[in-house]
Design a binder for this molecule. Structure first.
Ligand code: SAM
Length: 297
């Protein structure tokens, strides 16, 4: 399934884009939001497109090539936690806006082959980078080598999985027999650890475990914290930041993080913006999305 940009109009309006300004899309993917930003910047503007997924970034380049009167566009295949150094490497001091549409795209979920979804039987990678290096932690490393207590903490801490301890215990039992290599092996383990009623709920019983492992593999909350910390320095006065989150753990970090920066950032959205009925109708995957906007004082 191709990725439909979420809260597109709300986030573009939220950035209050100035023609000729400098903007950063921290999570470019295939350029859904970047395309709309680029159209509004004009030739004198600058857009920095960041993403860890190099294949998605290559697709974004093609899409952005079609923008008429395009701004100067820089691509950075990097983690947005390095925003400050990415910008200084490009000779950019401060910017007028930063967008972070967190999590993963529909293509990454459905067809990356990296094990993000419990629906497909794939190797347990879950890295945003398409080809993780030898040193990078993968979901395989977590389930096969991390301790029972740490796995339980990951499942509970990152996704509020109520059966975290039972699932972690079953993972440890199973890996004594053989290493756990694929998503479907992991799904079987989770199924055998949780009660029958949990297996038959509307939300798939593996959802939280998969979300938590992905967050741990990519240190997603650590990256958000570092991005937040860089905002006072990176945003020009009057500059805007827009965060789009997809689950409560992420949203809590963003909401609290923006509040903690109240000396330098004014919160524009007292309540998070959520998708309209119309958007939910055309894109049900937007259902848990929330946007929060703040402005550099
Ligand atoms: C929800 S998608 C963005 C979709 C895009 N806004 C659009 O509508 O076309 C999130 C993207 O962020 C990337 N990503 C997630 N965490 C990242 C990080 N810490 N640094 C850089 N990219 C990251 C993922 O690889 C993915 O491509």
């Amino acid at each position: 399934m191709s990725h439909i940009p979420v809260l597109l109009h709300e986030s573009i309006d939220g950035l209050a884009i100035k023609e000729g300004g400098t903007y950063v899309d921290c999570t470019t993917n295939r350029g859904g939001h970047s395309f709309e930003i680029a159209k509004r910047l004009g030739k004198k503007g600058t857009l920095v497109c960041i993403d860890l997924d190099d294949e998605a970034l290559a697709e974004a380049k093609k899409v952005l090539d079609t923008v008429v009167s395009a701004p100067t566009i820089h691509f950075a295949n990097s983690n947005f936690r390095h925003l400050e150094s990415i910008l200084s490497g490009l000779g950019i001091d401060q910017v007028d806006g930063v967008l972070a549409d967190l999590g993963l795209s529909s293509q990454e979920l459905d067809s990356s082959g990296r094990g993000f979804s419990f629906r497909f039987d794939e190797p347990l990678l879950m890295t945003f980078r398409t080809l993780p290096s030898e040193e990078e932690t993968t979901a395989y490393d977590i389930v096969n080598f991390w301790s029972e207590a740490t796995i339980a903490d990951v499942l509970y801490g990152f996704a509020d999985e109520v059966y975290a301890r039972r699932i972690a215990h079953r993972i440890i039992e199973r890996r004594k027999e053989a290493e756990i290599k694929s998503t479907h092996e992991l799904v079987d383990i989770i199924a055998s650890a949780v009660p029958a009623a949990y297996r038959h709920r509307k939300t798939h019983f593996a959802t939280k475990t998969f979300q938590a492992l992905r967050m741990a593999v990519n240190d997603e909350l650590g990256s958000i914290h570092e991005l937040l910390a860089s905002l006072p320095k990176v945003l020009r006065q009057g500059g805007r930041v827009v965060f789009i989150t997809f689950h409560s753990t992420e949203d809590r970090i963003v909401k609290q993080g923006l509040r903690n920066l109240s000396d330098t950032l004014k919160i524009i959205t007292k309540k998070a913006i959520v998708p309209s009925e119309e958007e939910l109708h055309t894109n049900p995957r937007a259902r848990s999305a929330q946007a929060r906007i703040a402005e550099r004082i």
